[in-house]
Ligand binder design. Structure first.
Ligand code: CTP
Length: 398
C-alpha cells in the first residue's frame, strides 16, 4: 500500500473525530491523506488537528486564492488514488447524488476521476428516510462504494443503523478499493448476476428464480483477491458486495449494453440467468382481462446472447467464463455450451434441486482440459475457489 494516497473529505457530524484516527491508521500503513474539511466538519474537528495528522495543509474553500494557487480544485480532486468521504453526511450524499457543486467538497466529488468511498454517519431516522435511501441507490448505481453504517447506540441516544464504520473497518474498505494487493491485483473483472426482467406491460414481467447469490459471492471474492471488480446485476434483494462497483439493470438488452460499456476487462464471469426471450412488444398500459375470457397471446422474441456476443467482441476479455444451469445431462450439455458460446470455461450446475435461492452449490468446471468436479460447498466458497483458479490461469500457472 505504500505510496498510495487518499483525498479525505470530512463532513459535519459527531463521527468526524473518528476521521482523525482513520488518518493515523492509514499513515501507519504508508497511505498518505490530504483532507478537505467542510464548513460543518470544522464545527467538529479543527483544521489544525487534521493538518497535524495528515502533515498537509487542509483545504476548505472553493474560492480561496491561496488554495487555488497551491493546487486547483480539479487537480485536488484527482491528486489521490481514492476519494474517501468520512463522515458522509446526508447533505454530502444528496449533493453528490444530485450533482451539486456549491462548495469545495461537492465540487471535488463531481470533478474526480477516481473511485469514491463513503462512510455514512447520521441519525437512524435520517439514514432510513426515503430521500437518503434514494440517494444511496443513485450513488451505488453510479459506482460509489460504501462502508457501513453500523448498528448501534447513536450520539443522539437512538439505536439502529447510522453509526459510522470504525476506523479499522474503513481502512479495510480503503485497502479493498485500492486493490493493489492479492493474487488478482491489477486485474479488471466483470461479473453479471441475478435474473433479467422482461416487461410484458407496466405491471407484469417474465423472469426466473435466480437469487443472484452465486454471482454476488464471485464478485466479492474477486474484489477480495485484489481485482478491480464491476458487478452488473439484474433485480435481486441482496446487499451490494463489499469493494465492488455495482450497476443495476433490468432487461437482457440493458445488461448487454452495460457489459459492453464496462469493457475492457481481463475476465468476464457471466453468472446472470439472462432471460432467453422477451415479449415482442411491451404494452404501454396494463393489459386488461377481457370480458369474453380471451387469453392474450404473448409473442416472444429472442434476446441477445450476452456471453456469446462478448466472447466474439473486439475487446474480448482474456478469460471468458459462462454458467450452465442445467436440469439434465449437466456435464454433456455444458461441454456443448462451452463450444457453442465461445467461452473458455463453463461453470455447470444442476439446478433441478434447490440450488436456485439456496446457499450451497455443486459445480463442474468445464474447460478445454475437460470437467473438474467440485464437491458441494457454499456459494461463498465457490466464489473464493473460482477467484483462486482465475488468478492461477491469468498468471499463466494453470
Ligand atoms: N447467457 C447470456 N445471454 C443469454 C442467455 C444466456 O449471456 N441470452 C449466458 C448465461 O449468463 C450463462 C450462459 O449464457 O453464462 C448459459 O446460460 P443458460 O441459461 O444455461 O444457457 P442458454 O443459452 O439459455 O441455453 P439453454 O437454455 O439451451 O440451456
Amino acid at each position: 500500500m505504500r505510496g498510495k494516497s487518499i483525498l479525505l473529505i470530512v463532513g459535519g457530524g459527531i463521527a468526524a473525530y473518528k476521521s482523525l484516527e482513520l488518518v493515523r491508521r492509514l499513515a501507519e500503513r504508508g497511505i498518505n491523506s490530504r483532507a478537505i474539511l467542510t464548513k460543518a466538519g470544522a464545527e467538529f474537528v479543527t483544521p489544525l488537528s487534521l493538518s497535524a495528522l495528515t502533515g498537509e495543509k487542509i483545504y476548505h474553500d472553493l474560492f480561496s486564492l491561496t488554495d487555488e494557487a497551491e493546487m486547483g480544485h480539479i487537480q485536488l480532486s484527482r491528486s489521490a488514488d481514492l476519494v474517501v468521504v468520512a463522515p458522509a453526511t446526508a447533505d454530502l450524499m444528496a449533493k453528490m447524488a444530485g450533482g451539486l457543486a456549491n462548495d469545495l467538497a461537492s465540487t471535488a466529488l463531481l470533478a474526480t476521476d477516481k473511485p469514491v468511498l463513503m462512510a455514512p454517519a447520521m441519525n437512524v431516522r435520517m439514514w432510513q428516510s426515503p430521500s437518503v435511501t434514494r440517494n444511496r441507490a443513485i450513488l451505488e448505481n453510479d459506482g460509489v462504494l460504501f462502508v457501513g453504517p453500523n448498528d448501534g447506540e447513536m450520539a443522539c441516544g437512538e439505536f439502529g443503523p447510522g453509526r459510522m464504520a470504525e476506523p479499522l473497518e474503513i481502512v479495510a474498505a480503503i485497502e479493498r478499493a485500492l486493490a493493489i494487493e492479492g493474487p488478482l491485483a491489477g486485474v479488471k473483472a466483470l461479473v453479471t448476476a441475478g435474473p433479467t426482467r422482461e416487461p410484458v406491460d407496466p405491471v407484469r414481467f417474465l423472469a426466473n428464480h435466480s437469487s443472484g447469490k452465486q454471482g454476488y459471492a464471485i464478485a466479492e471474492a474477486l474484489a477480495r483477491a485484489g481485482a478491480q471488480t464491476t458487478l452488473i446485476s439484474g433485480p435481486v434483494s441482496l446487499a451490494p458486495p463489499q469493494g465492488v462497483k455495482l450497476q443495476r439493470v433490468t432487461t437482457a438488452r440493458e445488461m448487454l449494453a452495460a457489459c459492453e460499456a464496462a469493457l475492457p476487462a481481463d475476465v468476464l464471469v457471466m453468472a446472470a440467468a439472462v432471460a432467453d426471450w422477451r415479449p415482442d412488444i411491451a404494452a404501454n398500459s396494463k393489459i386488461k382481462k377481457s370480458t369474453d375470457r380471451v387469453v392474450p397471446l404473448i409473442k416472444l422474441v429472442e434476446n441477445p446472447d450476452i456471453l456469446a456476443s462478448l466472447a466474439q467482441h473486439a475487446q474480448r476479455p482474456r478469460l471468458v467464463i459462462g454458467f450452465a444451469a442445467e436440469t439434465d445431462d449437466v456435464v454433456e450439455n455444458a461441454i456443448a455450451k462451452r463450444r457453442r458460446k465461445g467461452a473458455d470455461w463453463i461453470i455447470a450446475n444442476d439446478v433441478s434441486g434447490d440450488v436456485m435461492g439456496g446457499d450451497k452449490n455443486r459445480i463442474h468446471l468445464i474447460s478445454e482440459a475437460g470437467s473438474e468436479d467440485w464437491p458441494e460447498m457454499t456459494k461463498t466458497d465457490v466464489g473464493a475457489r473460482l477467484a483462486a483458479r482465475i488468478a492461477e490461469k491469468l498468471k499463466g500457472a494453470a
